[in-house]
Design a protein around this ligand. Structure first.
Ligand code: 26V
Length: 761
């Protein structure tokens, strides 16, 4: 049946009326059903091995548009809806966004699933079904407050499977209910799956924000992603979640293996497992446990699991490298303790260096025996990878150097990527159409073809069209922001955007210091070459005090400037509420200057940087993570880099620590900016105590060295804003960035994982 007939049929069956009589929500549900039906008719990808991508996060974003595109019916559906008096974009607005991720790590997992399906590779995701997601961010009195995000509706992308496993916690068996989300591949005819586990009777949403009794398990096990871990109950809950995910996931892997007729003896010939950061690390001892229960010796089980597993490291931040007290694992999953001890014993038998041990004895540093999750992954995996060239080099030469000396062949780099289907084709139809006009449609399947755009570098008509697309996208963002948050933007101003998790290492506070610089300049009569709009988006972890203070600083600046008729025509600050994938899809196409200003060495890769680039923004960044590779590709005329090099930063950290902010704070161009936090003007909008605490941190510690780089940052940003005024030259920079973005397609990244690590087909 044709798409149109099928949609009319679904509308008649469920709503007893034609598509044109349905309201938007009903149209959405018709499309949801049709998409599910079409996905179900496609086979799963097959190969010699199957890869299971284990991840605590899958930051999927809305699925309708992406799935229609993958099924090849986006244009047709859009036309059918128009004929029925509807608009696909408005119908899409009724779709709730799944809340199963936090930031880059989770979005990367979602891009990888999309790419693996597009490449026809047998790759399924394994994760948890969080009912209230990360959290919903609201601003009250210029501060972040958190609420549950109950995103799951009766009719959704979640497919019941009828599959149930039993997870052996210390406290008793808990059932894990399996739900699937279909992942249709573009340019392939397959549908892969994301497997999400849930408890049998999930708790209703808490009545007071995101606070609930963390000891009341199992009902709360799948309530939130990253429940507050500032107390012991919160940390234990995370271990419960992790073991629930990996135990159910490992049982699913073995069930599918056995159903395929293969023997567990040859586990690694058929199965590959990617461990996305350390949250799923317990899958290693759990699989060893399950294989020995099926008759393999400990020796064989360790061999099979180590050949199947591969570990990706996503950060060098010490506080994010998980080390759980062995006692926690004893209290949650005692069945794993003897296996972890055995794994550690074998390591210690061959390696005397205590730095590579899995179990760290209680001692001066820690009061309890700790399990170093990453160490277990590295010893018992076939591959260890970083996520950008610089990051992998830092892992090899400093963070994980003792391991690199033992296992040089395990280490490899896989520079991250993004799916350009979501991050260009779907989110920026104006640019996609322009690219089709210039290049034909081949770039949609092979993004390296975007390089052909370089032939148009001198084509002033094309450059004008590029500028017009950007301007239209800026106007569209302004309209949406007005409708949804009551904030209008000046589409003629330069849009300078920093959208990412709030963290001191990402240095949103340094961006705020630039805003203060401009505010003071304008007050003193020094006007910028054109009006500037500075947009922030990002959530702070609920227990992360300084990150919340930085949000407060930005919101206070926003209010101060909004109320100042002298400044406001030249400078606008917007801290967007509840930044998520949907907002990212609106912000990124509208961006002129992409802020990627982490302290060099700290941002493993970044993936927002790639999305902004592909949409014609010019990067203002440090030589950190994948910014380094962006700079190499586009050349120094088409990116603004500044700041200390990663090697200098690593030197400064010592030990001993060589950095103190004071000499930088004392500089005449820096002190007034930082001291503005204590000014009566800002205090009139903000909470003086919070601002004082942030000032203390910035002047007394500044762990991520914002004051070291701030002067170079201001100079580079001023230069970028000056250059923005030279429209033709700026349009060329945009063009060069788009032309080189094909390298950052996650299709390329996933193909490299398959070639070097997974060997699926
Ligand atoms: C997690 C946590 C949790 C506890 C508090 C502090 C903290 C700090 C950082 C993290 C990040 C964990 C891993 C992560 O999300 N890494 C991101 O992975 C992206 C995909 O590879 C990469 O592009 C980002 O640079 C990297 O930060």
């Amino acid at each position: 049946m044709e798409i149109k007939q099928r949609l009319e049929h679904i509308a008649q069956t469920h709503y007893h009326q034609g598509l044109s009589q349905c309201d938007r929500k009903q149209v959405y549900h018709c499309l949801l059903r049709l998409t599910q039906e079409l996905c179900a008719t496609r086979p799963a990808a097959t190969g010699t091995r199957k890869l299971y991508y284990f991840s605590a996060e899958f930051l999927l974003g809305k699925l309708l548009a992406n799935n229609l595109l993958a099924l090849g019916i986006y244009q047709e559906t859009s036309r059918i809806l128009t004929e029925a008096g509807h608009t696909l974009a408005l119908v899409e607005e009724t779709e709730p966004e799944p809340s199963l991720g936090n930031g880059g790590l989770g979005r990367l997992a979602a891009c990888f699933l999309d790419s693996a399906a597009a490449l026809g590779l047998p790759v399924d995701g394994v994760g948890l079904l969080y009912h209230y997601g990360l959290f919903q961010q609201k601003f009250q009195q210029n501060k972040q407050t958190e609420y549950p995000n109950p995103w799951i509706q009766d009719e959704s992308w979640l497919l019941p499977t009828g599959t149930v496993f039993s997870v052996p916690f210390a406290s008793g068996q808990v059932k894990a209910i399996l739900w699937d989300v279909a992942v249709p591949g573009a340019h392939s005819n397959v549908t892969n799956r994301l497997h999400l586990f849930d408890v049998e009777t999930p708790a209703p949403p808490p009545s007071h924000g995101i606070h609930f009794d963390k000891t009341d398990l199992p009902a709360h096990l799948t309530a939130f992603l990253y429940p507050d871990d500032s107390d012991e109950a919160g940390r234990l809950l995370r271990v419960y979640q992790q073991y629930f995910m990996v135990s159910a996931g490992a049982q699913l892997v073995l069930k599918e293996l056995e159903e395929s007729g293969a023997s567990p003896d040859h586990f690694s010939n058929h199965v590959a497992i990617q461990i996305n950061d350390t949250h799923p690390s317990m899958v290693i001892p759990e699989l060893i446990r399950l294989l020995t229960a099926r008759g393999l010796s400990m020796e064989q089980a360790i061999y099979q699991v180590s050949r199947a597993c591969a570990y990706t490291n996503h950060t060098i931040l010490a506080e994010a490298l998980e080390k759980w007290p062995l006692d926690f694992i004893q209290r949650v999953a005692p069945v794993l303790v003897p296996i972890i001890r055995e794994l550690d014993r074998r390591v210690k038998e061959t390696h005397s260096d205590p730095k590579v041990a899995i179990l760290m004895p209680a001692g001066a540093q820690n009061s309890q025996e700790l399990v170093h999750m990453a160490h277990m992954d590295i010893h018992y995996s076939a591959s260890v990878n970083g996520v950008a060239a610089l990051h992998t080099e830092i892992l090899k030469s400093s963070e994980l150097k003792p391991f690199y000396l033992i296992y040089p062949d395990k280490f490899n780099n896989k520079t991250n990527g993004i799916t350009l289907r979501r991050w260009l084709e779907v989110c920026n139809p104006r640019l996609a159409a322009l690219l089709d006009d210039c290049l034909g449609q081949g770039w949609r399947q092979d993004p390296m073809e975007l390089q052909a755009l370089l032939r148009f570098e001198q084509d002033s008509a094309l450059l004008d069209r590029l500028l017009a697309v950007k301007r239209d996208n800026k106007a569209a963002l302004s309209l949406t922001l007005t409708q949804e948050q009551g904030v209008a933007l000046d589409a003629e101003s330069v849009f300078d955007i920093q959208a990412k998790r709030l963290h001191e290492y990402k240095r949103q506070q340094m961006n705020a210091l630039y805003v203060i610089r401009k505010y003071l300049d304008i007050k003193e009569g020094r006007l910028p070459p054109q009006p500037i709009t500075v947009i922030f988006g990002g959530k702070a972890a609920p227990a992360y005090r300084m990150a919340k203070h930085i949000i407060h600083l930005v919101l206070s600046l926003q209010q101060l400037i909004d109320r100042d008729p002298q400044v406001r025509p030249w400078l606008q600050v917007v801290m967007l509420e509840n930044y998520n994938v949907t907002w990212a899809e609106r912000l990124i196409p509208a961006c002129d200057i992409s802020e990627q200003i982490s302290l060099a060495s700290k941002e493993a890769s970044g993936t927002g940087n790639m999305k902004f680039m592909a949409n014609g923004a010019v990067t203002l960044g440090t030589l950190d993570g994948a910014n380094v590779e962006i700079a190499q590709l586009v050349g120094s005329d088409n990116i603004y880099t500044f700041g200390a090099a990663s090697s200098q930063v690593i030197e400064l950290y010592g030990p001993p620590m060589h950095y103190h902010p004071d000499p930088y704070y004392q500089r005449p161009n820096v002190k007034p900016l930082v001291d503005f936090l204590l000014s009566p003007a800002l205090s009139s909008a903000g909470d003086p105590n919070a601002l004082r605490e942030l000032w203390n941190e910035m002047t007394g510690k500044d762990w991520f060295m914002a004051l070291l780089d701030v002067e170079a940052y201001i100079a580079a940003r001023d230069r970028a804003i000056d250059d923005y005024g030279h429209r033709a030259a700026w349009a060329k920079k945009m063009l060069v960035n788009i032309a080189h973005s094909g390298y950052f397609s996650s299709d390329r990244t996933v193909a490299e994982y398959n070639r070097d690590i997974w060997h699926l087909t």
